[in-house]
Design a protein around this ligand. Structure first.
Ligand SMILES: Cc1cc2nc3c(=O)[nH]c(=O)nc-3n(C[C@H](O)[C@H](O)[C@H](O)COP(=O)(O)OP(=O)(O)OC[C@H]3O[C@@H](n4cnc5c(N)ncnc54)[C@H](O)[C@@H]3O)c2cc1C
Length: 390
């Protein structure tokens, strides 16, 4: 079976790139939208890249887990911010890592960091490479070379504690694989940053990522029970406790550390039962400001909606098909434990107080099939949801 490969310069899979006719259609749509003549340029080809030769080679003991192939060096050069994609699209790969290491065990991570220390090389942790702040790119001076440490082979759910609803999970696991592994247990991490498909648990922890369940528990921090981190001077593992007020929190030090203190190899995380009851509604407002007032009222009512996302008129038109110039509040509730109509009814009252209307009604799934996340219908909320993952 052919293995899918990700684009070395942009977002997504190589085999899912826009076909020439789709590129032409997109260029025509952008031309019409911006009143400028937009034409599609061909994407870069790996064989045309002028990358400098590697400045250092891995020792023989690490060679089996290291790569200097052009594809690996190019695809680990940048994150996925706008300027990264533009530079990648232009074929600018003047500062790729010299070596890409793919550790398959914690001992490999320690060995790679030991080698980097002795060789004077910079080690840059790499999860899914979806950083938008230059976090996986290294351009500093004073090092013998740069080693990108790709954690994607550390991708296993190691242990599940069903009673306490928690799991010990390796940091290199990507979002979809993590949820696939938890699903048979009826559990979910329920952390869905928009980059979910191509980002990893370790990256979420190192950047303090926020999911799109943007009320109540939303940051990855909220789910952490303990961390294990391989640093250049040893392994640091925090204790798994239900809660602690004893002194400074070591986890807090590593959360958001952007790979500067070490490589997170695994974590114990709090999980949730998979939701069974869901209700969603698209609430329209004549002005964005009244939508803001309503969203604030819902948030301050302590209803904790699973979704409370306000789209301005432009986004409502492009991603939810709302053509009447309204702002759209996507309001959703879900629970593994109870029906959610009462919460939705109160949320809609808060919205009505600020002029919110619900022309397409409430969509309820009672109880929802596990895989029914909405998105199948023809309403504005379903249209918006189809643009997103998961
Ligand atoms: C289209 C798009 C949508 C996005 N949506 C969101 C969103 O909804 N919410 C949000 O918060 N962010 C979002 N981001 C930003 C990005 O996806 C997040 O920062 C994500 O957490 C990065 O995860 P990653 O696995 O891709 O990490 P990477 O990009 O590989 O790395 C990010 C940083 O963490 C370090 N790092 C990675 N893995 C480890 C590890 N195991 N140990 C130590 N350090 C490590 C890296 O060195 C780097 O500094 C989005 C980005 C894009 C391109």
């Amino acid at each position: 079976m052919a293995t899918r490969r990700r684009s070395f310069w942009g977002w997504g899979w190589e085999d899912a790139a826009l076909a020439p006719d789709q590129q032409a259609a997109l260029a025509a749509a952008l031309s019409a939208r911006f009143g400028r003549d937009v034409t599609a340029a061909p994407p870069p080809r790996l064989e045309d890249l002028a990358m400098p030769p590697p400045r250092l080679d891995p020792p023989a003991s690490l060679a089996p887990i290291c790569s200097q192939r052009p594809y690996d060096r190019a695809s680990h050069t940048y994150g996925k911010g706008y300027r990264d994609v533009v530079r990648g699209f232009r074929g600018e790969f003047g500062h790729p890592p010299d070596v890409v290491a793919f550790p398959a065990a914690e001992a490999d991570v320690a060995a790679v960091l030991d080698w980097c220390s002795s060789a004077g090389a910079a080690a840059v942790p790499y999860g899914g490479g979806s950083s938008v702040v230059g976090g996986v790119e290294f351009t500093g001076d004073g090092y013998a070379g740069v080693v990108s440490v790709d954690t994607s082979r550390l991708a296993t759910v190691l242990e599940i504690d069903r009673t306490s609803r928690a799991a010990r999970i390796q940091a290199g696991i990507y979002g979809p694989a993590l949820e696939d592994d938890l699903r048979p247990h009826g559990l979910t991490l329920r952390h869905f940053p928009q980059s979910f498909e191509f980002s990893t648990l370790g990256g979420w922890l190192a950047t303090r990522s926020g999911g799109h369940y943007a009320t109540n528990t939303t940051h990855i921090d909220d789910f952490v029970e303990s961390l294990k981190v391989v640093t250049p001077s040893g392994v640091c593992e925090s204790r798994r406790l239900p809660g602690s007020g004893a002194g400074p929190s070591p986890d807090r030090m590593f959360l958001g550390s952007e790979g500067t203190l070490g490589i997170i190899t695994e974590a114990w995380l709090r999980l949730q039962d998979r939701p069974r009851w869901r209700a969603s509604a698209g609430v329209r407002f004549q002005s964005f400001e009244s939508g803001v007032e309503a969203a604030r009222a819902v948030a301050q009512a302590g209803l904790y909606p699973a979704n409370c996302r306000l789209l301005d008129a432009g986004e409502a038109a492009t991603s939810a098909g709302v053509g009447d110039g309204s702002a759209l509040l996507v309001l959703g509730f879900e629970s593994a434990d109870h029906a959610v109509e009462a919460w939705m009814a109160r949320g809609l009252e808060c919205c009505a107080d600020h002029g919110g209307a619900v022309p397409e009604g409430v969509r309820s799934t009672v109880p929802a099939r596990d895989e029914d996340k909405g998105g199948q219908g023809g309403g504005a909320v379903d249209t918006w949801r189809r643009c997103r993952w998961p």
